[in-house]
Design a protein around this ligand. Sequence first.
Ligand code: PEP
Length: 271
Amino acid sequence: MPERTPFIGGNWKMNTTAREAVELAAGVAQGVKADGPHDPQVAIFPPFVWLGMVDDAIRGSQLRLGAQDCSPHANGAHTGDVSLAMLEEVGVSCVLVGHSERRHGLAEPPERIAAKLHAVLGAGLTGVLCIGETLQEREAGQTDAVNESQLRSALRGLSIVGPDRLVIAYEPVWAIGTGRTASAGDAQAAHRHIRGVLGTLLGSTTAGSIRVIYGGSMKPDNAAELMAQPDIDGGLIGGASLKADQFLAIVDAARREGKAQPAAGTHRGHR
Ligand code: PEP
């Protein structure tokens, strides 16, 4: 089995004051290392308005800075949007695309999600593509079909992807922010199917190298079991990423469960 450096992301959503953001980021940065063979890559995704100050707070650390969304456009008449060039200027190196709170909550269409992912990858940043089924779709037995269709539409036209530039976050919508987690077995089955689809779309070597991470009420007490599964390469964490000690406990679980290679580079030294 190819070795994959685990990826742990903390999605802060629309939480924290400026002061809380800087304190939380500094606390996480202190606990993140990338000098051992089993250290995961770790990124935080603060609200847009705090990115610049969080960048200052984590500079020189091994923690990566991420954005929760981006515009698919380079510039122009797009009121309220934030471009990738702007994000890069404040130190962002990875971007969430297609999070369910936008895909479903804001009815973001698949074409726009695809355009964003292509723009992120075209800019040389890491795209974290979020996919996953609703409860209704799961109960109708459509989990694999939904994941496949979301992957196909976002990856259409992408033939070559540096495996470290694309992370797939499988996030069953019914598990996000609800305290309900997919069982390790169900999550592994979904991840395995996702990797199979990636193989069809991008080739088996690339598919074997891409991190497929789980999101949906991952906490310190369930993280190890989930990440022990052969196709689960880390986690996207919402609620538990707002407390440095909880988030770092999940990072530790990834370190223990991962079969990783060193992830070199300090913040602002990744690209
Ligand atoms: C998320 O926001 O992607 C998420 C998984 O949230 P939570 O961990 O709170 O379920």
